[in-house]
Design a binder for this molecule. Structure first.
Ligand code: ADP
Length: 235
């Protein structure tokens, strides 16, 4: 019932792959053009050519990673790579991945984790994708806000009904109340170069693992996204 290759999701995913592939493909093209220019000069710098070729190989690897990540999302439920893992640990890994971008954007990342392991059952890479999509949006929302600290906070806790909750909050511009549900729809975007797919993919993933994700506004300004997943083992 809840596999990911329903046609709407497959359509959304292919649009997203196409969009994401533009970046490494563009880089490959510029690198190839640069190499041609170097080769046409009177005394071509072979070291530079070598470096350009290494860059092209890396761009190609990036394109390959994008495709395999997306292919992973299209698996049927029975083909999902189920793993039991600690959501606290995954949050730490996600923060490491985000840190460089956060620093570039002047965003302070803080975290507060519930004590002990919070074991959930899912494909780790999928859940990581959810965290990265939501956190990247949060950083985007803080870009335009001036004069206020840019703060991204990731918090984990156990809910009263024994589920695990990860909340990702920002000090950005918040979300108009009448858009809190719409933002999860495929192709809804307010960004000039947005795809409007990040949140719809995030929701599809979370629901595949029996969870829920929703957004609200914080009274002190900014938005908070909550992802709730069932514990791997209860009782
Ligand atoms: P995209 O990032 O390509 O626009 P998403 O599905 O990830 O696609 O997000 C949809 C829209 O939801 C964004 O364009 C933005 O308007 C809104 N949004 C998402 N996260 C936030 C946030 N943390 N604060 C404010 N608006 C947000």
């Amino acid at each position: 019932m809840i596999h990911l290759n329903q046609s709407a999701t497959a359509g959304a995913l292919s649009a997203s792959i196409a969009h994401e592939l533009n970046q490494p493909l563009g880089a490959i093209r510029s690198n190839a053009e640069a190499a041609s220019l170097v080769l046409r000069s009177a005394c071509p710098d072979m070291k530079l050519i070598e470096q350009i070729l290494v860059d092209i190989q890396e761009d190609d690897q990036r394109a390959h990673d994008i495709i395999s990540r997306m292919r992973g999302l299209l698996k049927k439920r029975g083909e999902i790579d189920w793993q039991e893992f600690d959501l606290n640990e995954l949050t730490t890994t996600a923060i490491k991945i985000l840190q460089a971008e956060a620093m570039r954007r002047g965003v302070v990342v803080s975290t507060s984790r519930a004590p002990g392991a919070m074991l959930v059952r899912a494909d780790k890479i999928h859940v990581q994708q959810v965290i990265l999509n939501i956190a990247t949006n949060a950083m985007d929302a803080m870009l335009e806000v001036a004069g206020r600290e840019r703060k991204l906070t990731l918090e984990t806790r156990m809910t009263k009904d024994s589920k695990v909750e990860l909340s990702i909050s920002d000090s950005g511009r918040g979300i108009p109340d009448d858009q809190l549900a719409t933002i999860f729809e495929p192709f809804y975007t307010t960004k000039p170069a947005g795809t409007g797919l990040g949140l719809s993919i995030a929701r599809t993933i979370v629901e595949t693992y029996g969870g829920k994700v929703w957004a609200s506004n914080r009274s002190e300004g900014g938005a908070v996204f909550r992802v709730v997943l069932p514990l791997a083992r209860t009782g």
